[in-house]
Design a protein around this ligand. Sequence first.
Ligand code: PLP
Length: 355
Amino acid sequence: MIYLDYQATTPLAPEAREAMLPWLGGPGEAGLGNPHSPHRLGRSAKAAVEHARDQVAALLPDGGRVVFTGSACEAINLAMRGVPGEGPVAHSAIEHPAVRDTARALGACYELPVNAEGLTDPAMPLAPGTRLVAVMQVNNEIGTIQPSARWHAAARGAGALFLSDAVQAFGKLPVAEADLIAVSAHKLYGPKGIGALWVRDGVQLAPQITGGLQEGIRSGTLSPALCAGFGAAAQLARERMAADAAHVETLWLRARELFAGWQLNGSASERWQGNLNLRRDGLDVARLMSDCPQVMFSAGSACASGSGAPSHVLRAIGLSDRQAKNSIRLGFGRYTTVDEIEEAAAMLNAAADAQ
Ligand code: PLP
């Protein structure tokens, strides 16, 4: 099996797995406590959660707090639904459904277009009264990197808050400036089922999940095991950020040579290089997948690929439905080898040539 779907999820780092094990909490084990219980086991679980919070916070700006959530989707919902005010929400045309669908559910919203490279322009005017601007840092389908600091300034200038969906950037690039930042553990070699929302000091959000309010603005018992895995993954990502990026660049350069006959979707320069979104005229992607079952890759994006609908991101950069359906996404990272890229390219190119 060759795993090339790192935007959908990344493998769990062995270090993160190790950090989780003591907190799974079997009978009689020291890691079984509820971190919200006042007794000794509860307090030690709480200490593990707070240590993990510090490890995650070390990758985020100063002047804010980390609220653990069950996923980045939940973090985004908390941010978008929790921001006070009535004005519209502005979001880029290539946001993840977590942002787009939530903006639509909230009612008044409008899209900020992207150019053919998949890049937004922070010089474009915002509608009067806009209360929240959401522009992701790195796109999950085509990997393009948006000018987040300029968006933050533009939002501030218009009296709006700025939400950065940094899920695909967190642990790989320095995280952008924003008022609210959503992240997810399973995209940086941590466990699935835990995310976080970073909230700038002074930003007030209304809770969306009520109950114990264990996280102040979010209810639910935290999992010390998931927190510990997230924390360890964040610390490792911080230590390895430069080495991981250099490795990804090596993979990218080799992959670009091997797939020279394919068209690249999205900017080549303003891009996280662990994302290769490619198209070939006339390509039948479903057939390619069934002809290359050893290669785990995606058609467009993991979210879009199940639906059969052409990707809204590929449509937004000006591709026709047909071109969008002729596209595949290869995602690679820390644990991918050059040999795997070469083997996958040989299989995919041979199968595509035979169509
Ligand atoms: N935002 C982006 C850009 C993503 O890629 C994803 C996951 O695919 C999410 C949000 C949602 O993350 P989670 O799986 O933690 O809900």
